[in-house]
Design a protein around this ligand. Sequence first.
Ligand code: ARG
Ligand code: ZN
Length: 417
Amino acid sequence: MKTLLVLASFLLLAAALPTPKSFLHGAQVFRVVPKTEGQIHYLSGLIKSDHYDFWTEPRAIGKPVDIMAKAFHIPQLKSTLLKLGLKYEILVSNVAQQVEALHMANEKARAKGTKAMDWTSYHTYDEITEWLDSLATDYPSLCTVEDVGTSYEGRTMKLLKLGTGPATNPGIFIDGGIHAREWISPATVTYIINEFVQNSDTYADILAGVNFYIMPSINPDGYAYTWSNDRLWRKTRSETGTPGCRGADPNRNWGFHWMEAGASSNPCSDIFAGSVEFSEVEMQNVRDQILKYQDTLVAYLTFHSYSQLWMYPWGYTTDLPSDWQELDSLAQDAVSALTGVHGTSYDIGSSTNILYAAAGGSDDWAKGVGNVKYSYTIELRDTGFWGFQLPPEQIIPTGEETFEALKVVANFFLTPR
Ligand code: ARG
Ligand code: ZN
């Protein structure tokens, strides 16, 4: 009888507490393929509303747009799409279940893993950070790790310097995880670091000829929140002044043509640009590191997911930088090496031309203000079958192919000896 009472009160308690994922129950992802510029324009306007979550942005005629709607907003989305004359396909019929499936797969892989850090499962912010520290201890001749600031919620942000040559060597700055839910990004950036440190003899030329400045997870609070509360969180976690609406889109927050296109001033929007440029302390921290190494930096690479795109500036305008052909040509070489590994195909172009204009991105700032010539935003796997819930088995293949692309970029800057 006593056990029954305990059980009953437990069940009551469990029912009363909202489960962290409950708000995803009934959420679905709709895929539409725009056929006119008008439809693209209308869809881009919809991003600014806070009703829908665009998993991929409108790009061009014939390119799919994936829109998540919570249960409550589904009827409205359907009628909007109908009015627009857009047929939809249900890409994910049960988002909560997809999130749960990835969670289970990741927990299973983590349980099997024998090391604190590996690439058979996704890792938490603290695991990544501790691993970075361990590298500095284990490979002192290859890398150093520095604390470069604190996040809004007080997490330490770290930068790893990798290279055996002088500080004057050409520098490549790499970051990951700017958008919290894009888990494959920090996983791939850490894969790259690991590949270099484990095989430093093989890559001796690269390590002697260029320096890497790497920050694998530049939105720590957002990333932690995707582990604890909402797997699909994109933004930072700062208070906005609007109750119930936290965070700014860190990739709309950079101070170059800030708020000029594809960004929102509504704190509840997923593309909220922040109250002012560089309102987000995490982006200030990354900016300051880029400025610190600015004189040597030749390339800036920022990893996102998903869509399989290799993009260069500008993102705020349809205009192209005057040297776009050089950026395009290196991107072509990098992507052909990438595709050579597992056959994964990528689209290449300026971000405005393959996506819709969006100002305040780190790539535009790195080139426009930071003066880093080869600035790229890379959208990793996949094209939407798994989307943000990319299974852990794909971390290694994604790492392998991306590493080949990075080698092409690094070799391009090797000073001829
Ligand atoms: N999906 C990325 C984002 O929305 C693409 C960024 C491309 N760069 C840009 N400056 N718009 O942040
Ligand atoms: Zn992103």
